[in-house]
Write a protein of this length. Structure first.
Length: 283
């Protein structure tokens, strides 16, 4: 309209653009309390999109903020996190070397050899089954966090989808916030409720009650049941979000924010805005 009328009529920004600006401002304004902040991303069951959520959230935060941000791959049973990103700089050394001698990493130039970086500016510490014999132990995780927290103010941890895994208590112990990912169904809601109860029983009830719960890959229609599920789950945690189904977020696909549907991108931005709003709760 502005071009057609020769600049005489300016219709203003669209609702979509206004929403984008509001979310960007919210994500950027909060400062990280203290030295660093750690966010654990867990799945309520397998194959619900915990890794996709961790990387989507991490890339969104890295794009909008100036903090040094890293995604830690604490679920070595699957493909390395770096295979799900448009990596610009691959890792040069294996995580096994870092686990064997974490005290030798004293400068960012040394930790950077273990890091892959994607186009958004998100750093990733990838792992493979060979690094940990297929499973992280609590001591492994503590070594990793001790090493990377010297150089990164914000950690996102892909902790996988099995609460009973040996490293999960250590992941929760070292976390300031929890993001739990669930399937958008009655069964998924029940699994999410059970996971929150299990996390509480492990001694992390505060994390569970303040958790942000993601209903991933939600369908476009039939919102009545989803609305009901979201309302029920929101009574068990801090807030529940939806990330719409998007073919570009399928299993094994690269997480590239520039290629996502607007609704999917806004889902991650809404989550990122709520994550950063939680920074003030940790002061």
């Amino acid at each position: 309209m502005f071009t057609v009328t020769g600049g005489l009529i300016n219709p203003g920004d669209s609702k979509t653009e206004l929403r984008r600006r509001r979310l960007e401002a919210a994500i950027r304004k909060a400062s990280i309390p203290g030295y660093h902040h750690s966010i654990a991303v867990l799945g309520a069951q397998r194959n619900v999109g915990a890794t996709t959520t961790a990387l989507g959230l991490g890339a969104t935060l890295a794009t909008q903020r100036g903090d040094r941000i890293i995604a830690v791959d604490a679920d070595p049973g699957g493909a390395p996190l770096s295979t799900r990103l448009p990596v610009q700089t691959p890792a040069e050394r294996a995580l096994r070397d870092l686990l064997d001698d974490p005290e030798s990493v004293l400068r960012y130039s040394e930790i950077s050899h273990f890091i892959a970086q994607d186009a958004s500016g998100l750093d990733v510490l990838p792992s493979t089954p060979a690094d940990t014999n297929g499973e992280f132990l609590s001591d492994d995780y503590h070594r990793i966090v001790d090493a990377v927290q010297r150089f990164y103010s914000l950690l996102l941890v892909d902790g996988g989808s099995v609460i009973e895994r040996p490293a999960v208590p250590a992941i929760l112990e070292r976390s300031d916030q929890l993001v739990l990912v669930a399937h958008p169904s009655r069964e998924g809601a029940n699994r999410a409720a059970t996971a929150l109860e299990e996390i509480t029983e492990l001694g992390y009830g505060e994390l569970a009650s303040a958790a942000l719960l993601i209903l991933a890959r939600t369908p476009g229609g039939g919102r009545t049941e989803l609305d009901s599920l979201q309302e029920q789950l929101s009574q068990r945690c801090h807030q529940t979000f939806r990330v719409p189904r998007d073919a570009r977020l399928g299993p094994g696909n690269l997480i590239d924010l520039d290629r996502l549907r607007t609704r999917s991108l806004f889902g991650y931005m809404e989550l990122a805005a709520e994550v950063t709003a939680g920074f003030s709760d940790r002061r």
